[in-house]
Every structure is written in structure tokens, then in C-alpha cells.
Write a protein that binds this ligand. Structure first.
Ligand code: NAD
Length: 493
């Protein structure tokens, strides 16, 4: 076994161990071996980190001119571009995601910091048309305070950027908790943050488990805003935790995103979009298009094409540029997938490809592209978020039926429609209760496109202009413009 890579936490501008000196190891999903060791934060460590963030918030940071803060965001963007290769490599070893994807993403994430740097001085207040004589009333947008950012193991650079960039632009300070399943990338990112010279305590990065680290952070009295991405069960804990500090919470949760292919669709386009949607990142994407509805008239023929395509996907080491699907991130997830497939097949699902651990799964967590025909979309693989490369396929007859089926699930994050009839594309998009609908495309993100769900996929939006306001509070100030004294309160009216 090679030597373990070691990281410390980034608190108040210093690299520190946990107070207890306790650590934990993270596994490389490619070979199931520990490769990195990080501090295990306790309640005490979280208290230190939050107090450091509060001290920075009480200092000069919120009072810098917005364009001064923007300079730090641009510096982060530049560091990301210059270090995309290194960040990509660390994230790949930590998560099992393909290097070509993590490297490209680290580079692209720079755009989010540039975007919010540009918005830093564009958030304006108002002058209100008030119904009182001699009064001028204004509203201003003020920062909230200490923000707790809780990150899942996948797409960490993106999910950090959509919280950190708007929070910093608006003058908040932040404590970020990395995922216990893949803690390394954020510490590598912390080194870049340090290089920008951002005032100490403005950004703090901690590592630990949901209990006690995540709980202590999201319930800390000084935390006033919690930005969470993760699963719905954890989200329920977060909301309960926020009862302690009455913080504002945003939740970006899971999905079971439906995709409809109509008989008039451009099939090659649909095939590429569906493949990207469910087999990209080995299906470990919150917007994975995992429920596929194919119109009856093209069902057999189109399904055959998807199965053929899936069978050609090349599994392999995530650093290899020829690999198309790497390992899953954890054994626990692999076992959840296996259990759901077993139950689905017992209940009548028909396996068309994959379905069993890949042979080189003796060490790593490799699972092949899997397609299951389901005659009912309440079967386990068609209903539950699996976070893996498993596509459940169903038939439909007409638009009304498929809309009902697409909406018949607890989640509402993403969705897709393939049709050449743009009116129909728009009708279906309007009818689907999901935060995002892709028409004739899939799996795209942009700093300017709001991202987030409905129903059990959470609330609040990340990215886009509006989300920057979620890192502010409206403050109302009344000015009495009269030179005369105020009326005696007991003679009013
Ligand atoms: P998870 O919910 O298990 O963990 C997410 C984070 O929450 C981790 O950092 C974890 O330590 C922390 N946590 C756990 N218990 C906590 C507690 N009691 N209090 C505070 N924090 C706690 O999620 P995961 O397995 O890392 O990620 C997969 C999930 O994330 C999937 O459901 C996926 O769909 C979702 N996800 C959503 C989006 C989105 O933008 N909507 C993006 C990526 C992933």
C-alpha cells in the first residue's frame, strides 16, 4: 500500500489538526484502498471554525467595496484554471469520477467565480413609494453572516462554487464541510484560496462525519445560513438542526429524473442525450435521467439501440483517457443498487444488459451500464434514486399519459423530452413538476442557469442572478425628512 496523503483543516487562515488529533481515512474507489487521511472534526473544532468565520464577518470583509471582494473571486477563478489538472487528479482518486471530466469541470468552475465577481456590485436596493408624509424609506441588501456549506461527495468543486461564490460576493463568511466519502479535493482547493490572500477566517474548510461535525455546524448558534447539497434523509436532519439556530436553509437534494422520447424524436440525438444522462459519471449525478419513457410505436427498435450503445461503453480506470465509465464511489451505494435490481427483477422487471458487478470489481466498485424494462414505474429501480448507471425503461402511448407518469414520483429535480415538435416540447416542460427540463438535450450546467428542484428534490436555487440574493437580507431604513419634531404620539390621528 502506498503512503497516505495527509491534509489538515483550514481554519482562520491556518492549517490545523482536529483538537482531539483524531483522523479518518478515505478510500480510493478504484481499488478500495485508503489513500488519504484527514482530521475528524469534533463539536469543539466546529465551534472554533464558526467563531473564526464570525470574527471575519465582524471585521472588514462585509464592508469592503463589492468590487474589492470581486477581486478575490477573480483570483480564485484564476487559481482554478491554473490548477485544474491537479484538482481534477485529486478529485478523480477520491471519487472515482473520470479524470477527463473532473479536470474539465475544475476549469469550467472558474466561470462561476467570474460570474459572481461580475454580480458583486449589481445587487441594488430600492426607494419605496411609501404612504407616510415626510418619510423616505429605502431597502438595502445586506450580507447574512456566517454561512455553513455542506457538500456531498460528487461534483464538489461545482457544489462548492455555487455556494461560496455568491456568499463571498455579498460579504458573508463561510465554513465548508467536505464529504467524508471524498474529503481531499476541498483541502487542495483550500490551498488555492490561501494563495489569493483572502482575509483569514473568511473561508474555512473542515472535514468530518455527519455526526457530530455536520450536525454541530448546521445547528451552531452563530450560523445564520445553511446551504446544503445531499440526500433527502440528511436534509431532514439539517432542517431539524436549523431549529436550533433558526438559520435560512437551502436544499439541493436528489432526483429520479424522467425522460420522454416521442416517436418524432431525432433518435441519434436522443440516444446521445440519454447515454450522457444516465451513464455519464457512472450515473452518479443528481440529475441522472434514470426513468426513460419511450413512445409505443418506436419502443422495441429504440430500446434495442440504447442497449447496443450501453453494451459498448468502456469501463476502466478513471485516470485512463479511453475510459467511459469509472467505478462507483462507495461499496454502500453499490450494494443499494444490487438490492434494488434484485427486487425489481423479482417483481417482473426484465434485465436487458448489465445488472451484476463487473469482474474487475474484486477490489474497486465497478458496476456496468444496466437497463431494465419495467411494465410499471413503481418498481424499485424505476422509483428510487440509485445514484448509479441503472436505467429503467417504460412505454407510453400519448403525451397526457407520459406527463402523468413523469410527474408520478416523489422527486422533481430534472427531466428531459425528445421531440421535433417544439410546441409539444414546451407543453411537456410546462407540465412537468421539476426544477429543470431539458428539451432535445441533457446534462448541461451554466453559471447563469438556475439549478434546483421541486418536491422532495428540495428548495432554493443555486447559480443564476437570483441566487445571489439568497445570500443577503433585506434591510429597511426609514428617514424622517421633516425639520419639524415628530408629532406627540398621544395626539396622533
Ligand atoms: P449525503 O446526504 O449522505 O451527505 C451530504 C453531506 O451531508 C455530507 O457532507 C455529510 O457528511 C453531511 N451530513 C450527513 N449527516 C448530516 C447531519 N446530520 N447534519 C449535517 N450534515 C450531515 O449525500 P451524499 O451521499 O454525499 O451525496 C449523494 C446525494 O446528494 C444524492 O441524493 C444526490 O442526488 C445528492 N446531490 C444533489 C445535487 C443537487 O444539486 N441537487 C447535487 C449532487 C448530489
Amino acid at each position: 500500500m502506498s503512503e497516505l496523503k495527509q491534509y489538515k483543516m483550514f481554519i482562520d487562515g491556518e492549517w490545523v489538526d482536529s483538537e482531539s488529533k483524531k483522523t479518518f481515512k478515505s478510500l480510493n474507489p478504484e481499488n478500495n484502498e485508503p489513500w488519504v487521511e484527514v482530521p475528524q472534526a469534533s463539536e469543539k473544532d466546529i465551534d472554533i471554525a464558526v467563531n473564526a468565520a464570525q470574527k471575519a464577518f465582524d471585521g472588514s470583509w462585509p464592508n469592503l467595496f463589492p468590487r474589492e471582494r470581486a477581486k478575490y473571486l477573480k483570483a480564485i477563478a484564476n487559481e482554478l484554471r491554473e490548477n485544474a489538472e491537479l484538482l481534477g487528479k485529486i478529485e478523480t482518486i477520491d471519487t472515482g469520477k473520470l479524470f477527463k471530466e473532473t479536470k474539465t469541470q475544475a476549469n469550467y468552475i472558474a466561470e462561476y467565480y467570474d460570474y459572481y465577481a461580475g454580480l458583486a456590485d449589481k445587487v441594488e436596493g430600492t426607494v419605496l413609494p411609501i404612504d407616510k408624509a415626510n418619510m423616505q424609506v429605502i431597502t438595502t441588501r445586506v450580507p447574512i453572516g456566517v454561512v455553513a456549506a455542506i457538500i456531498p461527495w460528487n461534483s464538489q468543486m461545482l457544489l462548492t462554487a455555487v455556494k461560496l461564490a455568491p456568499a463571498l460576493a455579498m460579504g458573508n463568511t463561510v465554513v465548508i464541510k467536505s464529504s467524508e466519502l471524498a474529503p481531499a479535493t476541498l483541502f487542495e482547493f483550500g490551498k488555492l484560496i490561501e494563495k489569493t490572500g483572502i482575509p483569514r477566517g473568511v473561508v474555512n474548510i473542515v472535514s468530518g462525519f455527519g455526526e457530530p461535525c455536520g450536525r454541530a455546524l448546521t445547528s451552531h448558534k452563530l450560523v445564520e445560513r445553511v446551504a446544503f447539497t445531499g440526500g433527502p434523509e440528511t436534509a431532514r436532519h439539517i432542517i431539524r438542526n436549523s431549529a436550533d439556530n433558526l438559520s435560512q436553509v437551502s436544499l439541493e437534494l436528489g432526483g429520479k429524473s424522467p425522460v420522454a422520447v416521442f416517436e418524432d424524436a431525432d433518435q441519434e440525438n436522443a440516444l446521445n442525450g440519454i447515454t450522457a444522462g444516465i451513464f455519464g459519471a457512472s450515473g452518479q449525478s443528481c440529475i441522472a435521467g434514470s426513468r426513460l419513457y419511450i413512445q409505443n410505436s418506436i419502443y422495441d427498435n429504440f430500446l434495442e439501440k440504447i442497449v447496443n450503445r450501453a453494451n459498448k461503453i468502456k469501463l476502466g480506470p478513471p485516470m485512463d483517457s479511453k475510459t467511459q465509465m469509472g467505478p462507483l464511489n462507495s461499496l454502500k451505494q453499490l450494494e443499494i443498487i444490487e438490492k434494488n435490481i434484485k427486487l425489481t427483477l423479482e417483481q417482473g422487471g426484465k434485465l436487458r444488459c448489465g445488472g451484476k458487478r463487473h469482474t474487475f470489481s474484486n477490489k474497486g466498485y465497478y458496476f456496468p451500464p444496466t437497463i431494465i424494462e419495467c411494465d410499471n414505474h413503481n418498481l424499485p429501480t424505476a422509483e428510487n434514486e440509485l445514484f448509479g448507471p441503472v436505467l429503467s425503461v417504460m412505454k407510453f402511448n400519448d403525451e397526457k399519459e407520459v406527463i402523468n407518469k413523469m410527474n408520478d414520483n416523489q422527486y422533481g429535480l430534472s427531466s428531459g423530452v425528445y421531440t421535433k415538435d417544439i410546441n409539444r416540447g414546451l407543453r411537456v416542460s410546462n407540465a412537468i413538476r421539476a426544477g429543470i427540463t431539458f428539451v432535445n438535450t441533457y446534462r448541461l450546467i451554466s453559471p447563469s442557469a438556475p439549478f434546483g428542484g421541486m418536491k422532495d428534490s428540495g428548495y432554493g436555487k443555486e447559480a443564476g442572478i437570483e441566487s445571489i440574493k439568497d445570500y443577503t437580507r433585506i434591510k429597511t431604513t426609514w428617514f424622517n425628512t421633516s425639520d419639524k419634531p415628530m408629532d406627540d404620539p398621544f395626539t396622533m390621528g
